[in-house]
Design a protein around this ligand. Structure first.
Ligand code: 13P
Ligand code: 13P
Ligand code: MG
Ligand code: MG
Length: 367
């Protein structure tokens, strides 16, 4: 049976700042989506990471379905009304367009979709992050799919050992999608040359080289490019099919123990380690830390199991403690150097105005 998984996320308002959606808000989105079961969709799951709401839908309308995108858009609009009624902060934050015109891409919400012939045992992961950008997934995807230090399947499982095809998008290019396909292992150095630049080159999808099956889909929205100014970080969402011809679930999540430093901490202007947290966690220290959650599901005939929260395990408590130390260390240097994003990336306009004012005060000595 051919099904599509659509994961769509948006920040439409949260309690106490950019922290967490209210229960009423989550319930409104869920009630809206629930009405579509048996009609447009087979099944759904609603969750959140920090202030971002995630809608996961299973259906047979294919990727880029206008009906599915409209359903998610309308659910977010309905939620926004509740967010306004409750006075939530940033109500409707990610809904950047006044009207829906057929496809949710480019309107603000992030979207990741995979259409596939359901396997007998179809396991997949829903990975979502807050206070960071889609490029935050570059390193864990590279390590999980191309590095035998993390993915033992590359040497142990012949199908996986054939490597993968990465589609990478240049998110700075706003006139149309500028994409490149690179295969591992042959083109691994070219791939890394791009993926080191999380702010510009982002893994959009990964396919196997054995059958061409689609295993990873990642949202690549750049809100700043849509709105023309900073309106919140492009908190990403990702779907990954696992096991058999794809990496094992444990191989995919292993790189998240690194707590690699990503962009998006406080005001989208600082850097900090990416912390794996329980799904549904809120945000706290310094409007962060940048956080990632991972839920595992199986799906059969379009019906989802309950999720298993992979970062809700004692191992990750130890990881979180380590990442707290790393977070503390970078925060100790406040605004200095690597603790903040480079000037070109500073998202709020305030510093631009300040620098313009200072411009007139500069003098060239000796003239
Ligand atoms: P099972 O033998 O339990 O299916 O596990 C295989 C595997 O992928 C473990 O990483
Ligand atoms: P969000 O993008 O998650 O709304 O966070 C905005 C921010 O900059 C918080 O400091
Ligand atoms: Mg927000
Ligand atoms: Mg957010």
């Amino acid at each position: 049976m051919k099904i599509t998984l659509s994961a769509i996320k948006a920040d439409i308002g949260s309690i106490g700042g950019h922290i967490i959606p209210s229960d009423d808000l989550l319930m409104e989105v869920e009630d809206y989506i629930d009405k579509a079961v048996g009609d447009l969709i087979f099944d759904y799951f609603i969750g959140n990471i920090g202030d971002d709401i995630t809608i996961l839908l299973s259906h047979e309308l294919g990727s880029n379905s206008e009906k599915i995108h409209r359903l998610a858009w309308d659910a977010f609009l309905a939620g926004t009304e509740i967010a306004k009624e409750q006075g939530l902060y940033g109500a409707g934050q990610d809904l950047l367009s006044d009207s829906f015109s057929g496809n949710i891409c480019g309107l603000g919400p992030g979207i990741a979709e995979i259409t596939f012939d359901e396997r007998e045992n179809e396991s997949f992961l829903l990975i979502a992050a807050d206070k960071t950008e889609p490029g935050a997934f570059n390193l864990p995807l590279y390590l999980g799919f191309a590095d035998p230090m993390y993915n033992s399947g590359l040497i142990l499982a012949p199908a996986i050992g054939k490597g993968f095809s990465f589609t990478v998008i240049d998110v700075s290019h706003t006139e149309g999608d500028r994409v490149i396909e690179l295969v591992t292992p042959e083109e691994v150095y070219d791939l890394v040359a791009l993926l080191r630049d999380n702010g510009r080159f982002v893994v959009e999808s990964i396919h196997t080289r054995t059958t061409g099956a689609h295993t990873v889909a990642c949202s690549t929205t750049r809100l700043r490019n849509i709105a023309g100014k900073y309106v919140g970080k492009d908190d990403p969402i990702m779907l990954i099919r696992t096991q058999k011809d794809f990496p094992a679930t444990g191989e995919i999540i292993a790189p998240y123990e690194i707590g690699h430093i990503v962009a998006g901490f406080m005001r989208g202007s600082h850097t900090g380690p990416l912390m794996p947290v329980r799904a549904g966690s809120g945000i706290s220290f310094f409007d962060g830390p940048p956080s990632v959650s991972c839920l595992a599901f199986c799906v059969h005939n379009g019906i989802l199991t309950e999720p298993s929260d992979l970062f809700d395990h004692p191992y990750w408590d130890w990881v979180r403690n380590n990442i707290c130390v790393k977070t503390h260390e970078i925060r100790r240097q406040g605004f200095s150097g690597a603790a903040m994003l480079p000037y070109s990336d500073l998202e709020y306009g305030g510093i631009t105005v300040r620098m313009e004012q200072l411009e007139n005060k500069f003098k060239i000595r000796g003239r």
